[in-house]
Write a protein that binds this ligand. Structure first.
Ligand code: SAH
Length: 220
């Protein structure tokens, strides 16, 4: 895919999702796609390798949660894998302090290499190789304003784990493939002394795939 049609797809997709990114972001995402696919030929990072699918299922799906991240100073992406949603969020909002953590060394090896590639605008992004088990200090992980994960755990397990990493006033963000009803979200939150801050369902712009994102805060 050439740079211009790639940029068109990103900008069109962002428009459909109701999020905005600067003009400098699509060219940098295009280069990130190059790195991802180059590394993926040697190291198994993602099953998604068709360029059109990388655009929608990795990049736009990550950028779709910008509204849930807006206003935060820091993000912890748990089980980041090949860097989703952490890398696109950092590219779109350079002032965010982004830490990605994964339990698999080769994935973290890729993340550490890609964040220092000149021109990607990822400088300062951290990648940590550890198994997140709810003990931030022992694991060398920061507490963050947004603790987020995609395709990592089901909602109950995520709500058990993630609050341990919250900075004061922070939100746990759950990216859900399938919509969970508001009553169920409230019930799952209540069991853990959390409250639902927001929940919204949307579709990916090209495939129409359903998504939901929900945010939670400590109830007290
Ligand atoms: N978030 C990425 C990857 C999802 S796959 C995406 O959406 O594309 C889930 C990832 O979580 C895998 O890379 C796996 O190695 C990692 N993982 C599983 N358990 C973990 C744990 N306890 N701590 C950190 N990473 C973990």
């Amino acid at each position: 895919m050439d740079n211009a049609s790639f940029a068109d797809q990103i900008q069109q997709g962002c428009k459909a999702l109701g999020v905005t990114v600067g003009e400098d972001v699509p060219p940098r995402l295009h280069r990130l796609m190059g790195e991802l696919l180059k590394w993926n030929a040697k190291v198994n990072l993602t099953a998604i390798t068709a360029e059109g699918e990388v655009v929608e299922k990795h990049f736009l799906d990550s950028l779709a949660v910008l509204p849930e991240v807006e206003g935060a100073g820091s993000v912890l992406d748990v089980g980041a894998g090949a860097g989703f949603p952490g890398l696109p969020l950092k590219m779109a909002r350079p002032s965010l302090a982004v830490t990605m953590v994964d339990a698999v060394g080769k994935k973290v090896g890729y993340l550490k290499a890609v964040v220092v590639v000149p021109g990607l605008g990822l400088a300062g992004t951290k990648a940590v190789h550890t198994r997140a088990e709810g003990k931030p200090e022992a694991e060398g992980l920061p507490r963050a304003d947004r603790v987020i994960a995609r395709a990592f755990m089901d909602l109950p397990d995520w709500l058990d784990l993630a609050p341990a990493y919250l900075a004061p006033g922070g939100h746990v963000v759950a990216m859900l493939g399938k919509a969970v009803g508001e009553d169920e979200l409230r019930a799952q939150a209540g069991k853990r002394n959390l409250k639902v801050v927001s929940a919204r369902a949307y579709r990916l712009p090209f495939s129409g795939a359903e998504r939901q994102v929900a945010s939670f805060a400590k109830a007290e």
